[in-house]
Design a protein around this ligand. Structure first.
Ligand code: PMP
Length: 409
């Protein structure tokens, strides 16, 4: 079946790793929310960079230095277009979402926090969008307040808005939950935050591979995303922030290439984005991420989303036919992530047995302890899909789940 008019056989051929066997069986990779596989164009771009262009950026006048800088800055241009940023200078290249959020925590939030202040998050956040806020709250006497969710895994908007008091100095919300798949109404949240004068950060780590992102339309203040979930190399990501915020933010990391003038009497700093990019960045990684953005663009995020909706519907229907499953995250329109538990079987045992069948799913708390506490479970099993997965793979996964469950029963 070629959902969304995509030639899936051709697309799968773009991803060399998908052709491998695992434990003697053809791989079924359903851990895409953890990290995605990489198309050959990305692998080739990284290799080509090291074979033909490698040099440091923004330092040398020689030809390789100029080419490396153009390639690296070209990735920034592509990323700026990908998220519809008003300016490329508002895009900070980071090692990922974790670094992006920490940058905002230490550079934007910490100087503004006083005892009694609050940072508003939600119950469904990844630890990367909780712990950095706790660290700066601990230094300033502020506290991190979670907005509640429903049993189905939906953010309770009225409860979120009710917590937007003058004490709240920043709100930080995931665009898409890595456990539940819930797509939060972030444009609406941004409107509410603006109405209350609260800056809003959106964790787009799980959104970028599935949704078109338009930071102008969203109306948020900060947006973070992860390159390695977006078919790019590990150690890449970005922070987008409104120019006024970036201009007011002191640097977080100090070092080379983020300064204007260094003297022992005092140092002045470069303008954003370079003020926030101390040291040698992951140049080859960003060249790869630039290729990933081009690749996604060549398919079209709308077609990717349509294909994933079809795969998700198939997987949900097939799993719902199995008795004794408990699902986490049942909000309509969710991203292609299915978290569940099977009566009488541990998630880790199931994941191990599925691996013997060549099927990669994740078991565990998914870096979301407070969400696990909400549901009263230590772990879930999570199957997360990408557009390159197939209906046959879903059938294999569901059949294997039924089989391995019997082994444990
Ligand atoms: N936020 C969410 C919702 C995530 O799923 C992840 C990755 N598991 C992160 C943040 C961390 O992203 P990174 O790997 O880019 O640091």
């Amino acid at each position: 079946m070629n959902d969304a008019g995509l030639d899936i056989a051709r697309i799968r051929a773009d991803f060399p790793l998908l052709a491998r066997d695992v434990n003697g069986k053809p791989l079924v990779y359903l851990d895409n929310a953890n990290t995605s596989q990489k198309p050959a164009v990305v692998i080739d771009a990284v290799e080509h960079f090291y074979r033909s262009t490698n040099a440091n950026v923004a330092r040398a006048v020689h030809t390789l230095g100029a080419e490396a800088t153009a390639a690296y800055e070209g990735a920034r241009d592509r990323l700026a277009r990908f998220i519809n940023a008003p300016s490329r200078d508002e895009v900070i290249l980071t090692s990922g979402t974790t670094q992006a959020i920490n940058l905002v925590a230490y550079s934007f939030a910490l100087p503004r926090l006083a005892p009694g202040d609050e940072i508003l998050v939600t119950r469904m956040e990844h630890h990367a969008n909780i712990v950095p806020w706790q660290l700066v709250a601990g230094r300033s006497g502020a506290k991190v307040v979670p907005a509640p969710i429903s049993e189905a895994g939906e953010l309770l908007i009225d409860e979120f808005v009710a917590r937007l008091s003058p004490r709240v100095k920043l709100a930080a919300v995931t665009h898409v939950s890595n456990v539940l798949g819930t797509v939060n109404p972030v444009a609406q949240l941004a409107r509410e935050c603006r109405r209350h004068g609260v800056p809003l950060l959106i964790d787009g780590s799980q959104a970028a591979p599935h949704l078109g992102i338009d930071v102008r339309a969203l109306g948020c203040d900060f947006y973070a995303l992860t390159g390695h979930k977006l078919f790019g190399p590990t150690g890449t990501g970005l922070l987008w922030a409104k120019r006024a915020h970036l201009e007011a933010m002191p640097p977080f990391f100090g070092g080379g290439e983020m300064i204007r003038d260094v003297r022992f009497e005092g140092t002045t700093f470069a303008e954003p984005p370079h003020r926030f990019e101390a040291g040698t960045p992951n140049i080859a990684g960003f060249v790869g991420l630039g290729a990933a953005i081009d690749y996604v663009g060549s398919i079209g995020i709308e077609r990717i989303a349509a294909r994933e909706r079809a795969l998700l519907a198939h997987a949900q229907a097939a799993l719902e036919g199995i008795p004794g499953l408990r699902f986490f995250g049942e909000v309509p329109g969710k991203a292609p992530v299915i978290s569940f538990l099977v009566d009488g079987a541990h998630a880790h045992d199931l994941a191990t047995l599925l691996d013997h069948e060549g099927i990669a799913v994740r078991s565990g708390h998914h870096c979301a302890h407070p969400l696990m506490q909400f549901y009263g479970v230590p772990a879930t099993l999570r199957a997360s899909l990408a557009f390159y997965n197939t209906h046959e793979e879903i059938d294999r996964f569901v059949a294997a789940l039924v089989r391995v469950r019997k082994l444990l029963g």
